[in-house]
Design a protein around this ligand. Structure first.
Ligand code: SF4
Length: 73
């Protein structure tokens, strides 16, 4: 599996990535959004973490969030 994305990663920082979406205070944050329901999340349904298109070298946590979040259609 891919190494877990670190909050210190420059792109993670730029996109305000956080591992706990429930604690996010960001202008772009929509209640209920998280990696699990993001269009860029490629992990298995119900998995605790998985790949994200925006972070090809890492895995992101399902309960995480970043400002590039886009609703899974
Ligand atoms: Fe999570 Fe989506 Fe951001 Fe990837 S793009 S880190 S899946 S919110």
């Amino acid at each position: 599996p891919l190494p877990k994305l670190a909050a210190t990663d420059p792109t993670a920082k730029a996109l305000a990535y956080a591992e706990d979406a429930t604690k996010v205070k960001h202008a772009a944050f929509k209640p209920g959004s998280s990696c699990a329901n993001c269009n860029f999340f490629k992990g298995a349904k119900g998995a605790a973490s998985g790949p994200c298109t925006l972070f090809p070298k890492n895995s992101v946590v399902s309960k995480g969030w970043c400002s590039a979040w886009a609703k899974k259609p």
